[in-house]
Ligand binder design. Structure first.
Ligand code: GLU
Length: 434
């Protein structure tokens, strides 16, 4: 497939240019394959192949030197059949409308396969947040929130953190939205907030913990355990660092980790609590005692039991998939392994646990946060982690069963389960107007 979602509308082929983004094309390919696998109504697939609403906003920001810079911001509301729109906000220099649309499609499939009462959305601003001061980041966040405020809300669309954003960003978003609603606090408008202002226990580490629940289950399918296994992790941000810690606590040997500046390796296993301290104080992985430096490429091709790509999309594609030596890949990031690479890996006997299940811990605990905000009644962390585990394992096991029945890889099966649930709901709701 080389053109985005072509289908006829008034006799013309309809395929907006921005949808030719690789991440979106990958999602569209997934839809086509799921349609075949599960025999999905073609009207439903056509509707699922384009985002329902794309919001593009200019975000002017007063910089510390009093100059004004203008950044581009987006919010793509992909599908709302199963509930309010839901998905993170990304600050990254590569963000564009096509990427946000691809990520919003992935959120739609993720929320569906996990059985959450949400549609899918994503937001983003084209900016490298590391070049901004705290004040500039706050100005950027508040103006972006104000621009998209008419389209979000606790029952409409609920943003959350993603790459380059965090709990502080959500605090500013929640405050800006609330001020614009007459000053009445509306905690349910975003999730991933600090606990002091209506956030939930367990949200910060939730994605990493979910990645490790998925990794444990993947090992179990091969009659093995995570303890004593060797693991390499790409990315040491919120997802990668928490996954590393959870793996370490379960007795795995985390032999390599990396971030944008490169990686480190120790064949006997890295001491992750000490490495986290080192990273917090030194702001780099480099120079960690007893570890040797490796490149991000080298990390991907290490002969490990499990490889956890927890950074950005498209790092394993059809060109480099053959070099993978890991037996299990668990996608902590969104879209790190392309569909075509997944197929090659499947033939090579590599088990790929797909992103829409593996990194679902974040949005699952976001869901718990939203429910707690609505009830104004807050739960214990153990409770939250137990509920997180049961939702992820249920989605994994349903998908695993489907993969066996249909004789396909886990990504195809997960997409199949997700699209089937969406199809049923869309057919029940019908098309307005008829
Ligand atoms: N950004 C996370 C994701 O990609 C979390 C989204 C959310 O909590 O709404 O799944």
């Amino acid at each position: 497939m080389n053109q985005a979602t072509p289908h006829e509308s008034n006799g013309k082929i309809f395929a907006p240019d921005f949808l030719n983004h690789p991440l979106f094309l990958n999602a569209a390919q997934g839809l086509d394959e799921a349609a075949q696998l599960m025999n999905i109504d073609s009207n439903i697939i056509n509707r699922l192949k384009v985002p329902r609403k794309c919001i593009s906003v200019a975000v002017p920001v007063r910089m510390d030197d009093r100059s004004v810079k203008v950044y581009m911001g987006y919010r793509v509301q992909y599908n709302a059949t199963l509930g309010p729109y839901k998905g993170g906000v990304r600050y990254h220099q590569n963000v564009d409308l096509g990427e946000v649309a691809g990520l919003a499609a992935l959120m739609t499939f993720k929320n569906s396969v996990l059985g959450l009462p949400y549609g899918g959305a994503k937001g983003g601003i084209t900016i490298d947040p590391r070049v901004l001061s705290r004040t500039e980041k706050q100005n950027l966040t508040r103006r972006y929130t104000s621009e998209i405020a008419p389209f979000i809300g606790p029952t409409k669309d609920i943003p959350a953190p993603d790459v380059g954003t965090d709990a502080q960003t959500m605090a500013w978003m929640m405050d800006t939205y609330s001020q614009e609603q007459g000053g009445f606090t509306q905690p349910g408008v975003v999730t991933g907030k600090p606990v002091e202002i209506g956030g939930t226990l367990g949200r910060v580490g939730a994605t990493g913990l979910g990645v490790i629940f998925t990794t444990e289950r993947a090992f179990e399918t091969q009659g093995r355990k995570i303890s004593g296994s060797s693991i390499a992790i790409q990315g040491f941000g919120n997802v990668g660092s928490h996954a590393a810690l959870c793996a370490f606590e379960r007795g795995a040997k985390v032999i390599a980790v990396s971030d944008v500046d490169g990686g480190i390796f120790n064949g006997d296993g890295l001491n992750i609590p000490q490495l986290k301290l080192h990273f917090e104080t030194q702001k780099t992985l480099k120079g960690f005692p007893g570890a040797k430096e490796i490149t991000n490429e080298e990390l991907l091709f290490l002969p490990v039991d499990a490889l956890l790509p927890c950074a950005l999309d498209g790092v394993i594609d059809e060109k480099n998939a053959h070099n993978i030596k890991a037996k299990i890949i668990v996608e902590g990031a969104n879209g790190p392994v392309t569909i075509n690479a997944t197929k090659i890996l499947h033939r090579m006997g590599v088990f790929v646990a797909p992103d829409i299940i593996a990194n679902g811990g974040g949005v699952i605990v976001s869901y718990f946060e939203w429910v707690q905000d609505i009830m104004s009644f807050f739960w214990e962390e153990d409770d939250i982690n137990d509920k997180l585990k049961s939702i992820i394992i249920k989605a994994f096991d349903t998908t695993y069963k489907t993969a066996h029945e249909k004789k396909v890889d886990m990504r195809s099966a997960a997409m199949g389960v997700a699209i089937k649930r969406l199809e049923k709901a869309m057919l029940l709701r019908g098309l307005y107007p008829r």
